[in-house]
Design a protein around this ligand. Structure first.
Ligand code: AMP
Length: 354
C-alpha cells in the first residue's frame, strides 16, 4: 500500500492548503497534480501539474485520477459523489465517507453524538416552522447554521429570542440548517491528529484559537491551562472518530473549552488553518504528516520545536504589511500569492516560534 517517493499525488482543490501540501510533498520527492476550477490557484502555482476543471465534471475528474498514483483533497465543500466515484481508479485518502459527514453539520453532529461527544443542544431545521419548534427545544440564545457550505462564520445567524426567528431564517437564505444552543465558553481550541495507513495516530499540541469577525485570527501553542485540562478528552474523541471512519490522513476537530468539558464544534477532514504553526513550530508539520499518512510512510514526530509558536493570519490588506512583518527577524512569513486581496480573504500567515 506504500506510494513511494517519485509518485504523483493528486490534490483536489487549489487553495493555500493544497499549496502547503504540495510544498511538503515536493520535499519528500513526490510530484503533485492539482485539480481545481480556478484559472490559476495558490496550489497550482507550486505544483508540477494542474488541471482546470469543475468538481462535478465526472470525465475530467476520471482523467485526472488516472494520471496520479493516490488522491487526496484540501477542501471539503466538493460534491461527494464525483470524489467517491474516483475510488474505482485510485485510493482516496481520507475516504469520501469522512468528507460526506464533515460537509453536513447535521450528519456530523449525529455522528459524533453516537461516539459520545459532548455537543451543544441542536436540532435540524428545514422551514420557519421547524426553526420555531427547534427554538422551543434548544432554547435561546442560539445560532442558526446552514448544514452545508458554511465557513469562516458565513451562513450563520444568531438568535437572542424567538422574535429573531424570521430574520435569522431569511439571513441564512432559507436553506437546510441546524439550530445550535449557544455555548458559554472561555476559549476555543483545535485538536489535529494524523492517522497512518497502519492505524497509528499522532497528535500535535492543542492550539488555542482566537477568532475575529468569525475568521481565525491567531493560533497559539501552548494553549491556555483550561484548554490543556480538557485536551485529553478531546483527543480521545478525535481518535474514536478517526478509527470509526478508518481514516487515513490529517483530521482536525474544533472545540469550545467550557466548564463541564470540551464541547465539540466541528471537524474538518483535512489539514487546517489552526495547524499552520506546525510548519516551523513542530518537528513534523501537519502537511508533511498528511503526505506521509496517505502514502503509507511512517509518521514524523509532532513534538514542539522551541516550546511553542504563534500563527497569525493575514486577512485582506494585512498581507500588504509584509515589509513590516519581515522587520522582525524571527517572523516566518507565508504569502499565498493570491492576486486579489478581498476583505475577509486569507492572503497569508505569519508564525513566530518560541
Ligand atoms: P463555526 O463556523 O461553527 O466554527 O462557528 C464560527 C464561530 O462562531 C466559532 O468559532 C465560535 O466563535 C462561534 N460559535 C459557533 N457556534 C457556537 C455556539 N454553539 N456557541 C457559541 N459560539 C459559537
Amino acid at each position: 500500500m506504500t506510494v513511494p517517493p517519485l509518485s504523483t499525488i493528486g490534490i483536489i482543490g487549489g487553495g493555500q492548503l493544497g499549496r502547503m501540501l504540495a510544498v511538503a510533498a515536493a520535499q519528500l520527492g513526490y510530484q503533485c497534480h492539482i485539480y481545481a476550477p480556478d484559472e490559476r490557484s495558490p496550489a497550482a502555482d507550486v505544483a508540477q501539474l494542474w488541471t482546470r476543471g469543475d468538481y462535478d465534471d465526472a470525465e475530467a475528474m476520471e482523467r485526472f485520477a488516472q494520471s496520479v498514483d493516490i488522491l487526496t483533497y484540501e477542501f471539503e465543500n466538493i460534491p461527494v459523489e464525483p470524489v467517491a466515484a474516483l475510488t474505482a481508479f485510485r485510493r482516496v485518502s481520507p475516504n469520501p465517507e469522512a468528507l460526506g459527514i464533515a460537509q453536513d453539520r447535521a450528519l456530523e453532529k449525529a455522528f459524533v453524538d453516537k461516539l459520545g461527544a459532548r455537543t451543544a443542544p441542536w436540532a435540524t431545521v428545514d422551514s420557519l416552522d421547524d426553526l420555531k419548534a427547534a427554538i422551543a427545544r434548544v432554547g435561546t440564545p442560539a445560532i442558526l447554521k446552514t448544514r452545508r457550505d458554511g465557513y469562516d462564520g458565513k451562513g450563520q445567524a444568531r438568535l437572542r429570542s424567538i422574535e429573531d426567528a424570521e430574520s435569522a431564517w431569511t439571513a441564512i437564505g432559507e436553506r437546510p440548517a441546524i439550530l445550535e444552543g449557544f455555548v458559554n465558553f472561555e476559549h476555543e481550541f483545535s485538536i489535529i491528529i494524523a492517522r497512518g495507513a497502519d492505524g497509528r495516530v499522532v497528535s500535535w499540541d492543542p492550539a488555542e484559537n482566537f477568532h475575529v469577525n468569525g475568521i481565525l485570527d491567531t493560533s497559539t501553542v501552548p494553549a491556555h491551562p483550561s484548554i490543556l485540562a480538557e485536551a485529553d478528552e478531546a483527543l480521545a474523541l478525535a481518535v474514536r472518530i478517526a478509527e470509526a471512519l478508518e481514516y487515513i490522513g490529517v483530521l482536525t476537530l474544533e472545540f469550545f473549552a467550557a466548564e463541564g468539558g470540551p464541547v465539540f464544534n466541528e471537524m474538518a477532514p483535512r489539514v487546517h488553518n489552526s495547524g499552520h504553526w506546525t510548519i516551523e513550530g513542530a518537528l513534523t508539520s501537519q502537511f508533511e504528516n498528511h503526505v506521509r499518512a496517505i502514502c503509507g510512510l511512517p509518521l514524523g514526530s509532532t513534538e514542539l520545536v522551541a516550546g511553542g509558536a504563534q500563527m497569525r493570519n493575514l486577512i485582506g490588506d494585512q498581507a500588504n504589511d509584509w515589509g513590516a512583518i519581515l522587520a522582525d527577524p524571527r517572523a516566518h512569513l507565508h504569502l499565498y500569492a493570491k492576486r486579489f486581496p478581498r476583505p475577509g480573504r486569507k492572503m497569508g500567515h505569519v508564525t513566530i516560534v518560541g
